[in-house]
Ligand binder design. Structure first.
Ligand code: FES
Length: 146
């Protein structure tokens, strides 16, 4: 996948996003920690963030982000708003991420929810593992199946 490219696959009836983050996207992640509700993914870690994703980029490899594309508020599917900067329904300093069309929750490019939004938690990172450089297995990791 090319930097900035995103694909959606289905896993157990849920959309799972795979985003190949560019170097700029990865570098920008720490810059807005103060605006996030749970920047270090401490809430519900067993359910939402496997141990290998409890880091700033919420992923095994910094440039490859994997998440369940379902809002943690009431289950809508957030829209991709990957480009930074002002745009409708988003702040002028938008760093790039995802916008839930139902009630306006916003998530950064690591699926971390912004403060004071209806969604209580970051997007779920499913269990996953790499099988070689280009293949990702969703729903399974070294510790077994989800
Ligand atoms: S379902 Fe996403 S903000 Fe309500």
């Amino acid at each position: 996948m090319a930097p900035g490219e995103m694909r959606t696959v289905e896993w157990r009836g849920k959309p799972v996003w795979i985003l190949k983050r560019s170097q700029e996207m990865v570098a920008a992640l720490p810059k807005h920690d103060g605006e996030l509700a749970d920047p270090l993914s401490k809430r519900n870690p067993d359910e939402l963030t496997p141990p290998y994703a409890r880091n700033e980029h919420r992923s095994i490899k910094p440039d490859v982000f994997v998440a369940v594309g379902i809002c943690t508020h009431l289950g809508c599917s957030p829209s991709t708003k990957l480009s930074p900067g002002a745009q409708p329904s988003l702040p002028a300093d938008w760093p790039g991420g995802f916008l839930c069309p139902c009630h306006g929750s916003t998530f950064d490019l690591a699926g971390r929810v912004f403060k004071n939004k209806p969604a209580p938690d970051n997007l779920q990172v499913p269990r996953y593992m790499f099988a070689g450089d280009t293949k990702i297995i969703i729903g399974k990791d070294e510790k077994g199946e989800a």
